[in-house]
Design a binder for this molecule. Structure first.
Ligand code: KG4
Ligand code: ZN
Length: 345
């Protein structure tokens, strides 16, 4: 089966072609084209939904064409079209959804609507030609750490995903984006904090680890943001500026706090469900500190950690096509509607 995936939930416009392997246990990546309007949003310090949507309109058709060209196929070779129908920004989602519906009707191909959050988990089932990865054995614990979400799920088998818990306020990526802005780092804050943290030390400043010991799988990161805000106000009293070292040390402590909470909660789920597999995904899963800490802890517990390549952690259409393949359910194109509030079932 060959699937064309389309992703347009936020500021990335992406189209990809994947093909199932012979045993149907993984999907091979034939192309994954990602165009981003991130540079525009960096200029305004965050995403302006209207600007993101306009950029999606400009990019969607050339990106789809390029994905087909790179995969060396044309529409006749496609068995189905997969599209993100939520969650995300409504203006951005609509572009991908309406384009996919139109192509599905014109090309007479089934349309599979995909929850973007499932996509982040299914990035772990994609095989890249020159970067073969181990395919996860199920059941496994899934961790989504993106700009809008921090969630833990149990993927019992394909088609059976159980939500365990998620953030009660800000997602980890969102908190880092906001903290980045507070301490004068460029947007997006996540990678900027990671970079600054390389030259800083945790524990110079002390920030909370919210819900670290709570008896559930929930997260909360807005308290961390408020703690940083208070510290920054104190440090910049009487017109003072943050020093470079202070910015680096705040970044190191923020990154450590986020990592501590996420790793603790993930392994709490691993122990409770006796899972031997952990699958991570989402933009913040590109964070090296988080990856290394999860890897170390997995080794200690004899579990296998699956981490997608960095370009498959941030938003991309390959993960949407992969999720569609393993949860194949097509719906009449005219009945598919964008749902910005979509969450786990
Ligand atoms: O999954 P994604 O590309 O978009 C959403 O679906 O939200 O995630 C974007 C988020 C942003 O908050 C960004 O700051 C964060 O991922 N991020 C990182 C890193 N790279 C991206 N956070 C921490 N460390 C990184 N290296
Ligand atoms: Zn995402």
């Amino acid at each position: 089966m060959t699937i064309l995936g389309i992703e347009s939930s936020c500021d990335e416009t992406s189209a990809a072609v994947i093909k199932a392997d012979e045993k149907n246990t993984s999907v091979e990546l034939l192309s994954n084209v990602i165009a981003s309007s991130l540079d525009l949003h960096a200029q305004t310090g965050g995403i302006i939904p209207e600007v993101a949507a306009r950029k999606q309109i400009e990019l969607i058709l050339p990106v789809i064409q390029e994905a087909l060209n790179k995969a060396k196929i044309n529409q006749k070779d496609i068995d189905a079209i997969a599209v993100t129908y939520g969650p995300g920004l409504i203006g951005s989602l609509l572009i991908g959804v309406e384009t996919a519906k139109t192509l599905s009707l014109i090309w007479q191909k089934p349309l599979v609507p995909v929850n973007h959050l499932y996509g982040h988990i299914y990035a772990n089932f994609i095989q890249e030609k020159n970067n073969l990865c181990k395919i996860p054995n199920l059941p496994g614990v899934g961790l989504v750490v993106s700009g809008g979400h921090t969630d833990l799920v149990l993927l019992e088998k394909h088609g059976k995903l159980i939500w365990l818990g998620g953030t009660r306020d800000d997602a980890a990526g969102e908190a880092m984006d906001k903290i980045g802005r507070l301490i004068g780092l460029p947007y997006p804050g996540g990678p900027a904090i990671e970079k600054a943290a390389l030259n800083g030390k945790p524990k110079i400043f002390k920030f909370p680890r919210p819900l670290l010991g709570s008896d559930d799988f929930d997260f909360s990161f807005s308290g961390l943001k408020t703690a940083v805000l208070r510290e920054v106000r104190e440090l910049t009293k009487n017109g003072k500026q943050l020093t470079k070292q202070q910015i680096n040390d705040i970044s190191a402590e923020v990154q450590q706090a986020v990592t501590d909470v996420i790793v603790t909660k993930t392994f709490k789920a691993v122990k409770k469900y006796q899972a031997k597999t952990i699958m991570i995904g989402g933009g913040a899963a590109a964070n090296q500190k988080l990856r290394e800490t999860l890897a170390q802890k997995s080794q200690e517990l004899g579990a296998t950690l699956h981490v997608p390549a960095k370009n498959l952690c941030t938003d991309n259409a390959a993960m949407i096509a992969a999720a569609a393949f393993f949860n194949y359910q097509y719906i009449e194109a005219t009945k598919v509607t964008a749902n910005p509030e979509l969450y786990f079932d």
